[in-house]
Design a protein around this ligand. Structure first.
Ligand code: ADP
Length: 433
């Protein structure tokens, strides 16, 4: 409540500032983040577990949203539309929506924060932020740096603690005009219902079940590297992780052999060791979930090619795993695995694989590898996903619209689309001319 009061009191001055001032303020925050990037990366690895090299990449990625939206702050503009009367003119103003609540997950403890806060602040909104209880420290460090960059008091407020209580309070508070959430589909639906009470605008980035398709004419090396990146980044704990691999019959065995070899080369260990490519999962429960999905798949006929067990390092570590003979009836293809398991399914025709790829409630990211240009367009158009990577898995950037369709969410983050979420249109009729 105190955070919302502070954000609401700060809104007037912040929203009235010149765009140039807000841009300069955000740029200072960016400079502080960059100056402290190594400390932030270490903190992130220590609280979340991802390999330090990935943490460094995430901090740069997180900072890039602040830099991009510092620039974008200057480019918010309205419209003058054709008038329906000779004696009047029609203006459309773009104004900041107000106090924005942001609720973020633990898998990207820095980037999910700046991807929401930077466009909100650039637009002239103020923010109340609740980071995930697993990773509050990166959030607090980012806020500390915002304070050192002299962001005015009340503009960015971080509250840690009981998720249900904080989420409930902010959803009920009419002063909060927007709710931006990244997390599970289940909690997203609940927050959407709660936000309905005060008709808040919502942007939701929810779960995924990404298909990763390898067509017969694909560059196999590139496809294997793509699969490693899309499946094993962050130990498989990203919403755009390849969750189902579909490989054409004619290259299935060769692909699986190469993939298993590469997976065998991954180094599991302490994220702070420079050699580590796979850290721990977030909690022991995450390991149990992966194990239970694997057991269910194996009981229904799937075969483990490599890995398949909790790692000898214990507790939260799991062996990077490749699974074949996987069918669409298995639970592992219905749920987000959120762990280092790559389930491979064969296919024989384009129509068949598109149908399998779309057979899910989710629609966040999809990937495919192939060299036929006609097929590339056909398949990209038919995949019911918000993002499609063709011969590349590097979807994330501040300059692109990130987001999903179906039950993967509403709204886009990043690019000029990302700032639109934080703006309202106001139609002004100027009459009596
Ligand atoms: P994940 O599977 O990534 O942990 P969650 O949806 O459980 O996904 O969590 C994402 C964020 O949502 C976290 O910050 C978490 O604390 C928060 N959260 C979870 N449940 C609720 C709730 N009922 N109300 C508000 N926030 C919640």
């Amino acid at each position: 409540d105190a955070a919302v009061t502070a954000a609401s009191q700060a809104f007037g001055n912040w929203s009235r500032r010149l765009a140039n001032d807000r841009a300069a303020q955000l740029r200072r925050w960016f400079d502080f983040i960059i100056a402290h990037q190594e400390d932030l990366a270490k903190l992130l690895t220590m609280e979340q577990g991802k390999p330090i090299s990935e943490a460094r990449t995430e901090i740069q990625y997180a900072a890039s949203f602040v830099e991009f939206y510092a620039e974008e702050a200057r480019r918010i503009h309205g419209e003058m539309l054709p008038s329906h009367r000779h004696d009047a003119r029609v203006l459309v103003m773009r104004q900041p929506i107000g106090v924005c609540a942001a609720i973020t997950p633990w898998n990207f403890p820095a980037a999910m924060i700046t991807r929401k806060c930077a466009p909100a602040l650039a637009a002239g909104c103020t923010v109340v932020l609740k980071p995930a209880p697993e990773t509050p420290l990166t959030a607090l460090a980012l806020a500390e740096l915002a304070q050192r960059a002299e962001l005015p008091r009340g503009v960015l407020n971080v509250v840690t603690g009981d998720a249900v209580a904080i989420g409930g309070k902010w959803c009920d508070d009419p002063r909060v005009r927007f709710l931006g959430f990244t997390g599970s589909t289940e909690v997203g639906k609940q927050l959407m219902r709660q936000a309905a009470a005060t008709v808040k605008k919502v942007a939701l980035e929810l779960g995924g079940n990404a298909p990763f398709i390898v067509f017969a004419d694909a560059d196999l090396e590139a496809a294997v590297e793509g699969a490693i990146a899309a499946k094993f980044r962050n130990m498989g704990q990203t919403c755009i992780c390849a969750n189902r691999l579909f490989v054409h019959d004619s290259i299935h065995d060769a692909f699986v052999q190469r993939l298993a070899k590469r997976v065998g080369q991954l180094t599991v260990g302490n994220g702070l060791d420079e050699q580590t490519t796979q850290g721990p999962l977030i909690t022991p429960e995450a390991v149990e979930k992966v194990q239970s999905l694997l057991q269910d798949a194996v009981a229904s006929g799937a075969e483990i090619v490599t890995g398949g067990r909790p790692h000898r390092l214990g507790r939260t570590f799991f062996e990077p795993t490749v699974l074949t003979q996987v069918s669409g009836a298995m639970e592992i293809t219905r749920q987000e695995i959120f762990g280092p398991v790559a389930p491979v399914t064969r296919f024989s025709s384009e129509a068949e694989v598109i149908a399998m790829a779309n057979d899910t409630i989710y629609g966040l990211a999809a990937y495919f590898y192939g060299r036929d240009l006609g097929q590339a367009f056909r398949v990209a158009e038919q995949l019911e996903y918000g993002m499609v990577g063709i011969n590349s898995t590097a979807l994330g950037a501040a300059t692109v619209p990130f987001g999903g369709v179906k039950q993967s969410g509403i709204g886009r983050e990043g690019s000029h689309h990302g700032i639109d979420e934080y703006l309202e249109s106001k139609y002004v009729l100027v009459g009596g001319l």
